[in-house]
Design a protein around this ligand. Structure first.
Ligand SMILES: Cc1cc2ncn([C@H]3O[C@H](COP(=O)(O)O)[C@@H](O)[C@H]3O)c2cc1C
Ligand SMILES: O=C(O)c1cccnc1
Length: 357
């Protein structure tokens, strides 16, 4: 199970392709527009070129991978919704009624739903069964899972992502579903950054003031009970993480090691990305942050990742929705790079360089 990806991990993250990045930049400068006028869309195109080695990058077909997992801590009143919602949403993802299902349809993107460890998962056809258990253990009492299971969760994400890349996906959008997972994500982020849970715990699905206090206390209790080793990301995942967090981390790693871009969604996906970055330093250069969510700690996690989100729309949903919305822009940036005319082609006068002549 731990074959290809662990061997690859030990080789280090591949380098970015500087030549393709330069070629992409040169073309952007020749397109019929004032130089630099497409702003951050230009930076996105240059980054995609550096990642893929293609000066005219494409992101279609894109593949959205939703990892679902349950959390023992969800029984502690840390979410505004009951834990059974995780399993119930599996059906909704497949039948097309979830937000991410709608966005996937709009984008023409493939949507893969992975049961990474849902409690009493309903038998839903079309959901990949990669279950690592009936939800994690309650992190306020002890570890979420053992180290071998944490490793297996990363392997699940890597393998599902690799399969999508083998089917031809040019960009990955890892998303998640798991009631209680903003609690686990806050604990992971706190352990990895050393920041206080106060700064990282937010209202998730919409907790009130009392619930927020309970959630903060739960994260503090989880960190006190487990004492995760901040220098050992796998230990952090095993002690205070979740199956879907491991899955997402594995998917991000697979993207980086296969030189494909991945878009980072909200708070939970970002915490998983931070785990992945700690496992393979430099992998972050293969990811583009899609959206900054309304969740309290997201800004700080993005800062730790040194990623600047494309959008800030106040979403607080997860599933990959913020990243999927950003994909519309990323896709537009690529189409502009491919289809705009150059000054030469259009017979438009380029800017006059300073100096004589
Ligand atoms: C119907 C429904 C659909 C969702 N889709 C994503 N989430 C989001 O909410 C959960 C995290 O918030 P918390 O930590 O407060 O439980 C995750 O499942 C996340 O994906 C949903 C939540 C609900 C209720
Ligand atoms: O930022 C997120 O991913 C998020 C925030 C609240 C609830 N669910 C997800």
């Amino acid at each position: 199970m731990n074959g290809e990806w662990q061997a690859l991990l030990s080789t280090g993250v591949p380098p970015l392709n500087r030549r393709a990045a330069r070629d992409a930049y040169v073309r952007l400068c020749r397109l019929t527009k004032p130089r630099g006028s497409l702003g951050r869309l230009e930076a996105v195109v240059v980054r995609l070129a550096a990642i893929t080695g293609e000066p005219l990058p494409r992101v279609e077909p894109a593949s959205i991978l939703v990892f679902a997992g349950d959390h023992g801590v969800a029984l502690r009143g840390v979410s505004a919704y009951p834990p059974e919602v995780t399993g119930q949403m599996l059906e909704n993802f497949r039948s097309g009624g979830a937000a991410i299902s709608v966005l996937a349809r709009r984008l023409g993107a493939e949507l893969t739903v992975v049961d990474a460890g849902v409690r009493k998962a309903p038998a839903v056809s079309g959901v990949l069964r990669r279950s690592l258990g009936e939800g994690t253990q309650d992190i306020t009492l002890g570890p979420a899972m053992d180290r071998a299971t944490a490793l297996a969760s990363i392997a699940v994400g890597w393998e599902v992502a690799k399969e999508a890349l083998d089917r031809g996906a040019r960009l990955l959008v890892p998303g998640e579903m798991g009631i209680g997972n903003t609690t686990a994500a806050a604990a992971v982020a706190s352990a990895l950054t050393g920041l206080s849970p106060r700064l990282l715990v937010g209202r998730g699905t919409g907790l009130g003031q009392e619930g927020l206090q309970r959630k903060r206390a739960a994260v503090e209790a989880a960190l006190a009970a487990n004492r995760p080793d901040p220098a050992d990301a796998l230990d952090v995942l095993a002690r205070v993480g979740g199956f879907e967090l491991g899955g997402i981390a594995g998917a991000f790693l697979a993207a980086a090691f296969h030189r494909r871009p991945a878009l980072v969604d909200g708070f939970i996906a970002s915490a998983a990305a931070l785990l992945a970055e700690r496992l393979a330093p430099g992998a972050r250069r293969f990811w583009i942050a899609g959206h900054r969510s309304a969740e309290r700690g997201h800004r700080r996690v993005l800062r730790a990742l040194r990623l600047r989100p494309l959008l800030e729309l106040g979403l607080r949903l997860g599933e990959g929705t913020g990243a999927a919305l950003a994909l519309e822009l990323v896709s537009a940036a690529c189409t502009l790079q491919r289809e705009m005319a150059t000054f030469d082609e259009a017979g438009v006068s380029d800017r006059e360089e300073s100096g004589p002549g």
